[in-house]
Design a protein around this ligand. Structure first.
Ligand code: SAH
Length: 278
């Protein structure tokens, strides 16, 4: 595990507040009220001298574990600098429940409520790396992708990562509770180029089309026709789909001037793509 030394903590969020004023402290507004810097004590002489500052500042603690996560992604074969930069920039711990914050930078999927999960970092990185290898970006390793459509906003984490590599992100979620949750999570980052929509992503989002890239975070029987229609020429779809063997596999579809090119890659495990809203 990545926790060590001054950064180690365990137990309930309450324990966390008293034992470890590290980076998750900012997620729990009550924490600051017990520190000498709290507004209640401001202007008064504290009875006991303030504690020496903790060795690492809150954001430094999360920066260090995130940097380690990025090193591991690189060691696992993610080589696109744009992806590694984006994964290093987005604070994943802000998207998970406070009780799960100590696992935020482990390579694992985590529950986000309503039976859904945030994908593991290595899968997010892998899929975005594939997306950036779209025909239109061939030979342009520095460039951003144009408009991207994400199906399955979930907690909003992947949308925030996509925002670093694309000019515009449209993300659609069919569960109202998660759509609202993503809105709350993303408010902190003030991302003017991320657009969250509540609706059924099986029909895509025609108003934002054509898309340079379409990425799905939920797996269906096949890639819906609407996504292919809404994809720009030179664009790419990356989606988990049911495989012939019964599980799921990542599918890449490129729209080229000559037509569609389809590639089936490794096995994956995503929540199901469902139609309608709830
Ligand atoms: N990218 C997300 C992962 C969320 S899990 C993240 O970073 O957290 C996949 C999400 O897809 C779930 O929230 C699920 O409700 C949603 N989903 C499934 N079918 C959908 C559909 N037809 N339209 C929109 N969202 C869908």
């Amino acid at each position: 595990t990545w926790a060590s030394g001054a950064m180690r903590w365990s137990g309930s969020p309450t324990d966390m507040a008293t034992q470890r004023p590290g980076f998750p402290a900012r997620l729990a507004p009550t924490v600051s009220a017990s520190t000498p810097a709290s507004s209640a004590l401001r202007g008064r002489q504290p009875a006991v001298p303030p504690k020496p500052p903790v060795p690492s500042t809150p954001s430094m603690a999360s920066d260090a574990v995130r940097a380690r996560m990025v090193q591991k992604l690189a060691a696992q074969g993610i080589s696109d600098a744009r992806v590694l930069r984006a994964m290093g920039a987005v604070e994943r711990h802000r998207f998970v429940d406070s009780a799960l914050v100590n696992q935020a930078y482990e390579d694992t999927s985590l529950p986000i409520g309503l039976g859904q999960t945030i994908s593991k970092p290595s899968v997010v990185a892998r899929m975005i790396e594939l997306l950036l290898a779209a025909p239109a970006l061939t030979g342009k390793p520095q460039d951003r992708l144009g408009r991207v459509l994400e199906i399955g906003t979930g907690c909003g984490y992947q949308a925030a990562v996509l925002n670093h590599v694309a000019t515009e992100v449209y993300s659609i979620e069919r569960l109202r509770g998660l759509h609202e949750r993503a809105r709350t999570n993303l408010r902190h980052f003030r991302l003017a180029t991320v657009h969250l929509m509540f609706g059924d992503g099986m029909v895509g989002y025609a108003k934002g089309a054509p898309y340079a890239g379409i990425i799905a975070a939920a797996g269906g029987e096949a890639v819906p026709e609407a996504w292919i229609e809404q994809l720009a020429v030179g664009g790419r779809i990356v989606a988990p789909t049911h495989s012939a063997k019964g599980g799921q596999a990542l599918v890449v579809i490129d729209k080229t001037a000559r037509g569609l090119e389809r590639l089936i890659l490794e096995a994956v495990h995503f929540v199901p793509l469902k139609s309608g809203v709830a």
